[in-house]
Design a protein around this ligand. Structure first.
Ligand SMILES: C[S@@+](CC[C@H](N)C(=O)[O-])C[C@H]1O[C@@H](n2cnc3c(N)ncnc32)[C@H](O)[C@@H]1O
Length: 246
């Protein structure tokens, strides 16, 4: 495959897995730089949408290095329980290091279970969690609908399913600037910080196969989620969806 070709459906899971295994160590730094630290604010907003109870149990799907799981664990300490699931062992290793460091610095966290597994076939029984959340993960799945249905399946009725991912900026002045930044500058940042231009070329290109917010709303509904709402963040470049399990 040439460096700038999107993987086929058959290749996608292996391609994405190899990519995150490669970039895990400097993933957080690169995220901060690419988003100008704004991903931290978006993720806090996403956790707000979970409407978490202090004694609930929550699942962070495609948790990566654990930003959402750690945020929930900090907020809901000490009673809640949090599970972070990802298929990349290297991303999970960084998440565990971050948890250990937070605990060593006496930053209080509720218990976190890290699980290696596939977001499209979650290794949990029906109705296990009070809510499930995913950020910048859904776009990477081979079967987005299967991922949404799995989150809806493992959450108890009344619980929320929240997704934070790329949107579609449409403001006349902003959208061309965003396109240049995302398609030209982001791969350069990836090359500079990660020595991996290919992964950060895949990032903007992965938007080509990811549905716009209105289509994603319909997919939430098809997954059996009710009361589906979405918010546009960062001038439309990011979208935050939430649905309720019935
Ligand atoms: C862009 S990262 C997002 C990480 C984290 N949620 C964040 O917002 O920083 C996408 C993550 O999804 C994981 N991933 C992709 N496909 C997956 C799958 N089928 N099952 C589990 N994890 C998957 C990758 O390993 C990676 O850690």
């Amino acid at each position: 495959m040439s460096p700038f070709e999107l993987p086929t459906r058959e290749e996608k899971a292996g391609y994405v897995h190899r990519q995150f295994e490669r970039i895990a160590r400097r993933y957080d730094l690169t995220n901060d730089v690419i988003s100008l630290f704004m991903h931290r604010l978006w993720k806090r907003r996403a956790v707000d949408m979970l409407a978490a109870k202090s004694d609930g149990s929550y699942l962070d799907v495609c948790c990566g290095t654990g930003d959402l799981a750690l945020t929930i664990a900090r907020r809901l300490c000490p009673q809640a329980s949090v599970t972070g699931l990802d298929f990349s062992a290297n991303m999970l290793a960084v998440a565990q290091d971050r948890q250990r460091r937070a605990q060593a610095e006496s930053r209080l966290l509720c218990p976190i279970n890290w699980r290696q597994g596939d977001a499209q076939a979650l290794p949990f029984a029906d109705d296990t969690f009070d809510g499930a959340i995913i950020s910048f993960g859904l776009r990477n799945l081979t079967d987005l609908s299967a991922g949404l249905k799995e989150m809806a399946r493992v959450v108890r009725p009344g619980g929320k399913v929240v997704n934070l991912d790329l949107g579609r900026p449409s403001l006349p002045l902003f959208s061309p600037v965003f396109a240049v930044y995302f398609q030209q500058v982001v791969p350069l940042i990836g090359a500079l910080l990660q020595g991996d231009r290919q992964s950060y070329t895949y990032l903007p290109r992965s938007l080509a196969t990811y549905p716009p917010p209105s289509t994603l709303t319909a997919m939430f509904q098809e997954a059996g989620l009710a009361d589906v709402r979405w918010l546009s963040l960062a001038l439309g470049s990011v979208a935050l969806h939430r649905g309720t399990v019935v």
